[in-house]
Design a protein around this ligand. Structure first.
Ligand SMILES: NC(=O)c1ccc[n+]([C@@H]2O[C@H](COP(=O)([O-])OP(=O)(O)OC[C@H]3O[C@@H](n4cnc5c(N)ncnc54)[C@H](OP(=O)(O)O)[C@@H]3O)[C@@H](O)[C@H]2O)c1
Length: 248
């Protein structure tokens, strides 16, 4: 009987920690004038759900795309404007080789190692940011999730009170660190925080910004719409130095 209040205390405490550790608007964003629009983009996490959508849509939009992958066999897309580079975000040398000669980086990095502490996402973004600085690559668009920083609670009550603190605490802890590293960087960055993802077709219209997501229900969005929004951020300055949420 005393378990429930203790559990709720833990869940609320964890949410508070994510609020403090994730990016919060108000921290002064670094906004720079962009040069010419990017033409060559590196997509990290290209074999994942969002990543494949990013590759497909970026090619449709006419970008020269480099897909950064651990296993090329997992990317079933071929195109004259597509280059595949094999590597691992935790291996700086392979990250640097892929980031060189790019105009921008788009990351949909994720993993399924939920149940033990790791820094795959934050160490991965740290390597990406270091390589971007080394090669003068200015713009980073990075997918994290609603439920961090000033979006805590917007993933809905089930995720906020159960999924995040019970199933995904290590994952979200590392995502918060990932956001901190991005926000502290001197690159032009946009953190994109989607709601729960699905593989439905793009609707082409979705909510973005601080009002996205919901404190009730289970807010959702398709990976196809997330990819659309992320690619828009390559040439838009609206959310530079910000962390817009994204949901239907
Ligand atoms: N699922 C949701 O409901 C939800 C909601 C909000 C936000 N998000 C976030 O959105 C992002 C994308 O999610 P998703 O489900 O579309 O992607 P995903 O299918 O989980 O794909 C993750 C990608 O990251 C790659 N990756 C993992 N470790 C790597 C490493 N060490 N080096 C290089 N690449 C590596 C994977 O490569 P392999 O193919 O080799 O494994 C894969 O391409 C994630 O950050 C996720 O946390 C998810």
């Amino acid at each position: 009987m005393k378990i429930l209040p203790l559990y709720l205390l833990y869940a609320a405490g964890f949410s508070l920690t994510l609020t403090r550790r994730g990016f919060r608007a108000g921290a002064t964003p670094i906004i720079r004038e962009t040069g010419k629009p990017p033409e060559r983009i590196l997509i990290v996490g290209a074999t994942g759900g969002t990543g494949r959508e990013l590759v497909r849509q970026a090619l449709e939009r006419g970008y020269s795309v480099t897909a950064f992958v651990r296993n090329p066999a997992r990317l079933p897309i071929q195109h004259p404007q597509l280059t595949v580079k094999q590597g691992d975000v935790l291996d700086y040398a392979s990250v640097e080789a892929a980031v060189r000669d790019q105009d921008a980086v788009v990351s949909a990095l994720g993993h399924k190692r939920f149940f033990y502490p790791n820094r795959i996402q934050s160490d991965g973004i740290s390597n990406i940011l270091r390589a971007m600085k080394a090669h003068g690559v200015r713009r980073l668009i990075c997918e994290t999730a609603l439920g961090l920083g000033d979006s805590v609670g917007r993933l809905g009550p089930v995720a906020t009170l159960f999924a995040v603190p019970v199933i995904l605490p290590f994952y979200f802890w590392d995502k918060a660190r990932q956001e901190q590293l991005i926000a502290a960087s001197d690159r032009e960055w946009v953190i994109v925080r989607p709601a729960t993802l699905n593989n439905k077709p793009a609707r082409g219209s979705y909510r973005h910004g601080p009002e996205a997501g919901s404190f009730w229900g289970v807010p959702r969005i398709s990976r196809a719409d997330v990819a659309d929004f992320m690619l828009e951020q390559l040439t838009s300055n609206t959310y530079l130095g910000r962390a817009p949420g994204l949901s239907w």
